[in-house]
Each structure stands twice: as C-alpha cells, then as structure tokens.
Design a protein around this ligand. Structure first.
Ligand code: PAN
Ligand code: ZN
Length: 194
C-alpha cells in the first residue's frame, strides 16, 4: 500500500457559536447560485429581485485529495425559506460513490436528507450533539428547519471522494422538506425526475 507523504499536521479552529473559522476563508453559496434547486424557482427569482443573501457557507481546507486523507470542516446553513421550502444545501453524490461521510451537529435544528441510486431514502433529524453517518452511495443535503438559528455542523469525508452536483441538479431529491403549519413536513417531490 502506498504511503501518504508530506502532509503536515494542522489544527484549525471552528467557533462553537457561529461555526466560523477565524483562520480560513469559507466558500459562500448565495441565493443566485441556487437557481433550479428549490422547487419554486419563481419565488426564488422574486427574492433575488430584493437581494442575494448567503444561504450557506462551508470550508474546503487545502488537504490533498488522495485516498488516505480526510477532508473536514464546518457548514453553516442560515435560516430562511424559498416560499415554504427551508434553506438547504445543493446536495450531491460523491464521485467515488461508495464513500461515506460523517456530520456532527454543533448547533441548530435541521435534517440530513439522503437517497441512493436504488431509491432508498434516509432522513435524520439534526440537533446539537447528534452525529449522522451518511452511508456510502447516498446523496446528502442539509436542511435548516429553524426560523432563527443557523444549522452548524462539522463534516469529514474521504478526501478524494469528489462531488457530483449534476445528478441532483438534474433530478432533484425524491423528497422535499417544507414548512407546514409552523412545522417541517417531508413530502414526495412532485418534480423529481426518474
Ligand atoms: C460537505 C458539503 C457542504 C456544502 O462538505 O460540501 O455541506 O454542501 P454542498 O456541497 O451540497 O453544496 C460535504 O458533504 N462534502 O462532501
Ligand atoms: Zn459530501
């Protein structure tokens, strides 16, 4: 087996209150980058005419993308809705499909929505202290169901896993998490494409 060479140890701070690292620049996803991701794109366009808020930010540390390394960081998903659909991440499969991921929720209230290519759907509620195992082969998306708090989680995955966003952009997830009567409601996605 080949050895992973020349990787130094690192220590990175992620704040427990806002999930932000003072040491590293985050990647930010603003609403205009989420076109076609929410089921009500008309509502998204209406919102964009008034501003372009950050929906989430996350860290992509400079760790070599090889099999023996692990990428890690936090995702900070802000509260908000597009129509009655809660703010969420784009979601993706890993390019190396059979690679898992671990999330540890630091703050907030949300869900991890997961599905594999065989059509199995998994949903896990996330609150502070809960860790979620995303099994190999499952696309995953975080959803913030809190009206006021960010959903902050720490993640770790095999560094060479890669990200396939296209499949979800084209097909969507099989399920949607919508607000109904002040509560999250998980429904079949009427726009899901087989
Ligand atoms: C996470 C995600 C992060 C942002 O690091 O990349 O939460 O979500 P999207 O990538 O779906 O926009 C991860 O799952 N990495 O594999
Ligand atoms: Zn992932």
């Amino acid at each position: 087996m080949e050895k992973v060479k020349n990787v130094k140890s690192i220590a990175v701070k992620f704040n427990l209150d806002d999930g932000i690292s003072p040491d590293v620049k985050s990647k930010k996803r603003v609403l205009s980058e989420m076109e076609g991701i929410y089921y009500n794109n008309e509502e998204l366009k209406k919102m964009l005419s008034k501003g372009n808020p950050i929906v989430y930010e996350f860290y992509d540390l400079d760790i070599p993308e090889s099999e023996g390394n692990i990428k890690f960081g936090t995702t900070i998903l802000y509260p908000g809705k597009v129509g009655n659909e809660f703010f969420m991440t784009k979601g993706h499969f890993h390019e190396i499909l059979d690679t898992a991921e671990i999330y540890y929720c630091i703050r907030g209230h949300g869900y991890m929505l997961m599905e594999n290519t065989e059509g199995n759907v998994e949903v896990q509620e996330m609150t502070a202290g809960i860790s979620v195992y995303v099994p190999p082969g499952f696309a995953h998306r975080s959803i913030n169901v809190s009206e006021k708090e960010p959903l902050i989680s720490f993640f770790a995955y095999r560094a060479d896993a890669g990200h396939d966003y296209k499949t979800i952009e084209m097909k969507g997830f099989r399920k949607l998490v919508l607000e109904k009567g002040g509560k999250p409601d998980i429904i079949d996605n009427p726009k899901w494409i087989k």
